[in-house]
Design a protein around this ligand. Structure first.
Ligand code: ZN
Length: 234
């Protein structure tokens, strides 16, 4: 009898431990996005061209950074076309229902949810559909953002480069700004960061030889999916 009773205490203690562990692992504010690939959300407010605050179906609030694109800065510092990009995203998305598609990495180091923003639920999730319905692609096609590829989130990376090329060829948005920037004889780039620089940029000089790549022109670097350095502005 005594033995039986201590056995039930052990079972009870084990159950408590398991329950406690289960609760401790859950952050109520953060959704566990590992299970779902597409999440319905409503845009609450717009931070800048490529970042918004949303509320998910379960009531959780998230800051969402769009994957694969980079809009000019509009908050702490202001870059040319930054305010226009922020205004465009606000006009298109604020108060709207959107569908968030995630890729391999769900969050960045700031805890922001990383997503492709669909204006209708994606059915196939291919390039053709993205051209019609995905806001990340729309930003690139209209020249409100540039390509920024951060592996391993590369599902639409090649398509995004093609969108950017179209925008450049027709001088959309930021590509139409008169820039009068001096052309260099060549540009240096890093295979790791996917950024390119003028040859005398301090960041360009620090690229390790095994990661170093050279481009003859800015167009060549952009077509290869590289992003211009924000400091030397090639
Ligand atoms: Zn640079």
């Amino acid at each position: 009898m005594h033995k039986w009773r201590s056995f039930s205490w052990v079972v009870l203690a084990l159950v408590m431990v398991v329950l406690a562990a289960g609760c401790a692992g859950k952050e109520p504010a953060e959704l566990d996005v590992r299970e779902q690939r597409v999440l319905l959300a409503k845009v609450v407010s717009v931070v800048d061209g490529d970042t918004v605050h949303v509320v998910l179906e379960n009531g959780a609030r998230e800051k969402v950074r769009f994957i694969g694109v980079n809009a000019p800065e509009a908050t702490k510092e202001q870059e040319p076309f930054g305010l226009q990009a922020a205004a465009y995203t606000k006009q298109r998305l604020e108060g709207q229902k959107i569908w968030l598609e995630t890729d391999v990495e769900k969050r960045d180091r700031y805890g922001r949810l990383l997503a492709y923003v669909w204006l209708d639920p994606p059915r196939e999730g291919n390039d053709r559909e993205a051209r019609e319905n995905m806001f990340n692609a729309e930003l690139l096609l209209k020249g409100y953002a540039q390509v920024m590829t951060v592996p391993p989130n590369v599902k639409y990376a090649d398509f995004f480069v093609a969108c950017q090329r179209e925008a450049r060829e027709t001088d959309q948005g930021l590509w139409g700004l008169a820039d009068g920037r001096k052309a260099e004889d060549y540009y240096v780039a890093s295979n790791r960061s996917k950024k390119f620089h003028r040859p005398d940029c301090r960041w360009g000089r620090e690229i390790a030889p095994q990661n170093l790549r050279k481009f003859a022109t800015v167009d060549e670097a952009l077509d290869a999916g590289y992003e211009p350095c924000r400091e030397c502005r090639p």
